[in-house]
Design a protein around this ligand. Structure first.
Ligand code: ADP
Ligand code: MG
Ligand code: MG
Length: 209
């Protein structure tokens, strides 16, 4: 079996939390360029709460793990991005049921459910210069690699997110605060797309590291 155990998936979520907390200045700067500058602080607050909920707890299945993680983000980050990044982990809770192994199928179901939920709730589409521009290609790569080992699929997923984040530089924001900046947003990547890329790259580093 090539997937992660529940304990490993938990350790991976804690590694993701540390990466996001350490990246607070980068994420804040990216949001300062295009938005209101609070993305790094919001993410750090959410992932600090996630760490607190996951540290020292043991989970019986992946659903409980991802539900706990998603609720920690949703309830502490607040606002649009709390729903958006909460959805990412809550989608894991929705799709994994009693699973005890995190493999390529679980990865694909998590990303594709989360894409569906974020687009359904927030109304943004690919090309609007949001985190969806990293999440959508990542979800597609996960689907394309669903029958590959997790080490292969997560690498493709992280690379797709990174490429999508780079593509977001060429997009004009049509949602949120960045909308008022219009063409001034050209050349800079979306802050939330950077967060998605960091999350998936940290998962890749954990799995392949
Ligand atoms: P806020 O916009 O409330 O200040 P943050 O700064 O924490 O929240 O998060 C901003 C990020 O959230 C954006 O860079 C974008 O990626 C993401 N985002 C905002 N609105 C949406 C939406 N409707 N759908 C998807 N992502 C969104
Ligand atoms: Mg902001
Ligand atoms: Mg704000």
């Amino acid at each position: 079996n090539e997937g992660l155990t529940i304990a490993q998936a938990q350790e991976m979520a804690l590694a993701v939390a540390d990466k996001i907390i350490d990246s607070e200045p980068i994420l804040s700067q990216a949001d300062r360029d295009l938005g209101d500058g609070d993305h790094g602080l919001g993410m750090a607050r959410g992932f600090t709460a996630l760490k607190k909920e996951l540290t020292g707890t043991s989970f019986d299945n992946l659903r409980d793990l991802y539900q706990t993680a998603g609720n920690a983000l949703l309830t502490t980050m607040g606002g649009a991005s709390g729903v958006v990044f909460g959805s990412l982990f809550l989608a894991g809770g929705k799709t994994m049921h009693g699973a005890d192994c995190f493999g390529s199928h679980e990865l694909s179901h998590l990303l594709n459910q989360s894409l569906k939920d974020v687009m359904g709730r927030g109304g943004a589409k690919p090309g609007d210069k949001t985190m969806i521009d990293a999440l959508a290609p990542a979800a597609e790569a996960a689907k394309a690699n669903i029958d590959q080992p997790l080490a292969v699929s997560i690498k493709a997923v992280a690379a797709a997110a990174e490429a999508g984040k780079e593509d977001s530089k060429d997009m004009i924001a049509t949602m949120g605060r960045a909308k008022t900046l219009g063409e001034k947003t050209l050349g800079l990547p979306d802050a939330g797309a950077i967060s998605v890329t960091f999350i998936l790259e940290t998962m890749d580093a954990y799995i392949n590291g």
